[in-house]
Design a protein around this ligand. Structure first.
Ligand code: F6R
Length: 242
């Protein structure tokens, strides 16, 4: 992987946004893999700024979110459908109908994974997958133990991840226990991976992903199996790299 250490999340966001902008200018219907959470916020806001000051047609851009909670009522403000709409689709001016999120409805859960995989295939695959990483080392919601061949499926969140995400809910008990997430095998098929991480609390996960053994105990180490990976980190997240 190419590892770039930047002064701040803002600088990393600007760099990642430039790469995505250049992709869209060459391929108007580019397929973006979208992450939610705090990490990609600087990227989405840098890209929104850039599109505002120098407009580019993004109406044909397509997007696939990494993951979704299972069983949240539709329209819940913290469903990843709501989050991706608020954080990326609206500020970037993407076409809402072009953006897919795994379907966490209980009624259709059995077929939701294979349908999502079929939709990604039909779109011609993901051109660039934006990734964050959890303290547990998860990418998407592939917690330690996830197979490198896994495809979109239902998973159980670890206690640590539920505690980390409790900040978005009124109590930790409200964080769903299950999620539906692209698998590590799905993520591996994207043509370019951009992994972002900021802060000391991500340092261990970044060291394991970039330099540790390739093992399903460190799901982020899947990046070592991929030919085109860009890792954008601040000093703190890079602090455990050799
Ligand atoms: C988000 C996702 C997760 C997050 C990770 C880091 O769609 O799949 O892997 O990227 O939990 O979360 P933040 O960025 O909030 O620290």
């Amino acid at each position: 992987a190419e590892v770039v250490i930047l002064e701040s999340p803002i600088d990393a966001g600007i760099l990642a946004a430039a790469s995505i902008r250049s992709l869209i200018s060459q391929k108007a219907d580019a397929v973006l893999g979208l992450a939610t959470g705090s990490t990609p916020m600087s990227l989405y806001s840098a890209l929104a700024d850039s599109l505002r000051s120098d407009p580019l047609d993004v109406s044909k851009v397509r997007g696939f979110a990494l993951d979704e909670y299972v069983g949240l009522p539709s329209g819940h403000p913290e469903s990843y459908r709501s989050v991706i709409t608020r954080d990326a689709v609206l500020p970037l001016g993407l076409t809402p109908g072009n953006i897919r999120v795994p379907n966490g409805d209980l009624a259709t859960l059995e077929t939701a994974g294979s349908e999502y995989e079929a939709a990604i295939r039909a779109a011609g695959g993901v051109d660039v997958q934006i990734l964050g990483i959890g303290r547990t080392g998860h990418v998407g919601f592939n917690e330690p133990g996830s197979s490198f061949a896994s495809l979109t499926r239902v998973k159980t969140l670890t206690e640590k991840t539920r505690i980390d995400n409790a900040r978005f809910f009124s109590s930790p008990h409200d964080v769903p226990v299950h999620c539906i997430t692209q698998g590590l095998g799905t993520i591996r098929r994207a043509r370019h991976l951009i992994l972002l991480a900021f802060g000391e609390e991500k340092a261990e996960a970044i060291a394991a992903a970039v330099e540790g053994p390739v093992t399903s105990s460190s799901p982020g180490s899947v990046i070592q199996l991929h030919p085109h990976v860009t890792v954008l980190v601040d000093e703190a997240a890079a602090s455990r790299l050799a």
